[in-house]
Write a protein that binds this ligand. Structure first.
Ligand code: BG6
Length: 485
């Protein structure tokens, strides 16, 4: 087996809005994430309803103080317990930890002239504590947590003014955390705008005519592309050696069979997924997207210099989440469907499926790594990967999560297989290295972590942290630099 590079960044990934809690503490403003609620007995296939928040639901959320109903408001209380958690990550040997900075801790509505000092201090202490433990911060600037105020007053990312507000936030954090953070990401899963527009670009769909939605979403993501390039430019001014990554969901799509029509369908699907990294790495829109706009009569406003900005400031590396693959067919009649929150399709008979309908496909990770590297020839970083499942305590108080170990073993083996082919991989940060609130369903029982957190879906529990069997296994993997699987 190919050895992992010496400086390979082993670690884990989190997002502030799913773990910090402390939603109304130390001056923090309300974010879109604080408005998504846990719905009991949510049908897994009905995840879309979870993301399509209506204007009425926004009003209810703004009036509510309930952090059990809006589970991301309590998270796992990382805000107050991060030292204990970092100690556990250090014990596992983490070289890096992916975290995000909540815009609303720094600028509660996005509009303030001056940043909120308490918010800045929190992240400063967090990064210091990480540095002291030899854990390199990998920081996402925008992970599904934009200020709700911007949703209500600027149509989320649809209005161009939001670019400047975001850059004000970037300037503040780049200035403050100079020398503390080397690796940055701009927008988490920037390709997911069509899958869940509220979470990603702060768009409340019922506020716009449905026939205009596609154009509005494309315009919003265009604004994010420009903001991402300008943030990359700015980063280099403050920290010339720091690196900025783009971040996509790799939604690998297979054709059902060798029917050329199915192959074409899968090809177009994959091409749509690559569009987002194409813009951020190649610095220009692929022709097929512009053709699509023409065909559909979609008009996107470009600022005078936008094309040049995209060209001049591409991302330094490509990061991506990888959980599953999907299968498409021109004929889906009478075929079993599976639908995770990331993608849906027909069931792949060769793959096992998780409790939440995600098709487990380690080989797909090797395929994704090879394809991405061939396409861009830039370093790759797997910044999310993992298996959400229910865990149970044994009578001796342990959690024997061998299923999770199997999942990670096969995926790490897949990375090694890609390394063998010359693919450059910077690091691997499994998602939810400590259990936290699910992004899509707001459940706690959909657990990804090496560390269990005592909390149920209704917000009951002591928040106690417990090492699972996978904790000890991952520690061994890191200590052996990926050799002892
Ligand atoms: C990714 C997101 O899409 O998937 C994370 O970036 C999210 O925020 C992860 O938590 C897993 O999804 P879920 O819905 O199971 O939490």
């Amino acid at each position: 087996m190919k050895k992992f590079p010496k400086n390979f960044l082993w670690g884990g990934a989190t997002a502030a809005n799913q773990c910090e809690g402390a939603w109304n503490v130390d001056g923090k403003g309300l974010s879109v994430a604080d408005c998504t609620r846990y719905r009991k007995n949510l049908d897994i296939a009905d995840y879309k309803a979870q993301h399509n928040i209506s204007s009425q639901e926004i009003l209810e959320a703004m009036e509510s103080q309930d952090s059990n109903k809006y589970a991301k408001r309590h998270g796992i209380d990382f805000y107050h317990r991060y030292i204990e958690d970092l100690d556990l990550f250090q014990e596992m040997g983490f070289k890096t930890l992916r975290v995000s900075i909540q815009w609303t801790r720094i600028y509660p509505t996005g509009l303030e002239e001056q940043p909120n000092e308490s918010g800045l201090i929190f992240y400063e202490n967090l990064f210091k504590a990480m540095n002291e433990r030899g854990i390199e911060p990998l920081v996402t600037l925008h992970h599904y947590e934009m200020p709700l105020y911007l949703t209500n007053h600027f149509d989320g990312w649809y209005q161009r003014e939001v670019i400047d507000l975001f850059l004000k936030f970037c300037k503040t954090v780049f200035e403050r955390y100079q020398g503390m953070v080397k690796y940055w990401l701009t927008f988490n899963e920037i390709d997911s705008v069509f899958r869940h527009p509220f979470t990603t670009i702060g768009l409340v769909e019922d506020r716009y005519p449905s026939e205009k939605l596609e154009e509005i979403i494309y315009q919003s993501v265009h604004n994010q592309f420009v903001a991402s390039s300008l943030a990359t430019k700015m980063l280099k001014e403050y920290m010339p050696t720091a690196q900025m990554g783009c971040m996509i969901t790799r939604t690998l799509t297979y054709p059902e069979d060798c029917n050329p029509q199915n192959i074409l369908l899968a090809l177009n699907d994959n091409r749509k997924n690559y569009f987002y990294s194409d813009v951020q790495i190649r610095g220009e829109y692929p022709k097929h997207i512009k053709n699509e706009w023409k065909r559909k009569g979609i008009h996107i406003d470009f600022g005078d210099n936008d094309e040049q900005i995209l060209k001049d400031y591409p991302a330094d590396f490509v990061s991506f989440s990888y959980y599953m693959s999907r299968v498409v067919s021109v004929d889906i009649s009478n075929k079993e469907q599976v639908s995770g929150n990331i993608s849906s399709g027909i069931k792949n008979p060769y793959l096992a499926t998780s409790e939440w309908d995600w098709q487990i496909d380690p080989t797909g990770l090797t395929i994704s790594l090879i394809e991405l590297y061939d396409r861009y020839e830039k370093p790759l970083f797997i910044v999310e990967n993992g298996l959400g499942c229910r865990d149970k305590f044994e009578s001796d108080g342990s959690i024997q999560d061998d299923y999770r170990i199997d999942y990670f073993r096969s995926h790490i083996q897949s990375i090694a297989n890609a390394l063998e082919q010359g693919v450059e991989v910077m690091g691997y940060t499994p998602w939810g290295c400590i259990d936290m609130v699910s992004m899509s369903t707001c459940q706690m029982t959909k657990r990804y972590g090496f560390i269990h957190v005592d909390l149920d879906d209704d917000g009951n529990g002591s928040y106690k942290r417990t090492r699972k069997k996978s904790f000890y296994w991952y520690k061994k993997v890191i200590a052996s630099n990926g050799e002892d699987l």
